[in-house]
Design a protein around this ligand. Sequence first.
Ligand code: NAD
Length: 482
Amino acid sequence: MTNRFNVNGVMVSGDHFIHGTRVASAETFETRSPMDWDTVLGNVARGNEETAQLAIESATTAFSQWSGLSAKERAVYLHRLADLIEEHKEQIANVECSDMAMLFESLNLRLVPRGAANFRNYADLAVEHEERVWSSKGTLNRVIRTPAGPAVIITPWNAPFMLSTWKCAPALAAGNTVILKPAEWSPLSASVLADLIEKAEFPKGVFNIVQGLGSEVGNALVNDPRVKRISFTGSVPTARIIGKAAAENIVPFTAELGGKSCLLVFADADIDAAAKKAAGQFDDSGQVCMAGTRIIVEQSIKDEFLALFNKYADQHVMGDSRDSKTTMSAMIHPVHVDRVEGFVNRARENGDTILRGGKRFIEGKLWFEPTLIAPKSNQSEVVQSEIFGPVLTFQTFDTEEQGVELANSTVFGLSGILYTGNKERAERVGRLIRGGTIWVNTFLVRDLTAPFGGIGLSGLGREGGHYALEFHSDLKTLQILE
Ligand code: NAD
């Protein structure tokens, strides 16, 4: 009997999707909506070692057929999947909105369409790719990109649909078969994706999705020597564990990890725009890896900036994510809210100053007030650790040098946001800030062909454009005597 349950009007399967068919597990785990934690949305298959074996066998069997197709032939499937995502946009948005409380409007207008764009982008990029050919030392040299093998893709609970598609698309376009393991706190949109993969009539075993806990089925997947690529997005502690498994099997591994990005504002900036963007870091309740969580402002504009920031932060509405007036969603899980609250409580004990917010919006519920903290020192825990909630810090600087020093003073380096009205400073400081992506006078604008990734504890390797295609390929040089 198939395990399907109604989520916001969509019948979602709680089973795995392996070799083109739904597979159940004897054990299941509950998934609940952060908006209404008392109600169970459904029971999801809790994969184990056996599930991982089945999925890897499936992906291994399908590899010779999929890798034998041309990029153009594979592109047909990827575009068909993109079409289906566009057709089922609202259903996907409804499911993800219930499962992780991301705002429906943001999913429907931005993140689900981006999922379709991810498949289209990689379908076309792989076709456009030209082999490098040149003559040297009397030989014709040709660089050939061959598919690497089955790839395991592990995703986190935030923005699960967009991130899964972003990570699976290059693997498939490059000719690898895929096993996707979504996070156990938001497993459902991946299951809707499985239905669309079936509708798109991918060859069996090309694109498999297994559900379950990271420490169980996730761990079994990344340790299997038949897996030829591991692409991970999540936390630093998990990256360390998966990195060891990848090292054991000598398997290339990318890690997209946490951040503690700066939002650095100079006195010459459009201060209103900068303050508005700073208050916008509370969107998605701060559960965004790239969020500019350390606001660092030139001392001379401190009061003006704070007044504007508070004006915009006051406009946030915490509520049901299906309601278009809501701007701040419930947070993913009670454990995560406790974690965020712990950071704020320790900041108080440490002598940091809570400038606004600092507590749950409604006791017993999963919304946390938009919070701003002026730390006692740059070494305060709230400045140095990723909180991953609606908690920002506020610091000031006097000189450009001090601003850059503060911006670069954590172990992370995922991204950064800079506000300045001076073009030369934009170039100069933009180059000095440590991070994989630095936005100047804007935020979250993405070109899918640009590299994306982190420095330091924010990650290893780059996704995006041909960088991800290369990661998922084995490069070979063919030299023929001329
Ligand atoms: P997490 O590390 O707890 O879990 C991520 C995934 O890893 C989940 O699917 C989990 O089941 C799996 N996992 C856990 N242990 C495993 C193991 N031993 N073997 C295999 N898989 C295992 O992270 P999270 O809490 O889900 O995500 C939040 C983190 O992700 C934050 O640090 C955030 O900044 C980061 N993130 C980074 C990016 C980026 O692009 N850099 C994007 C989104 C989120």
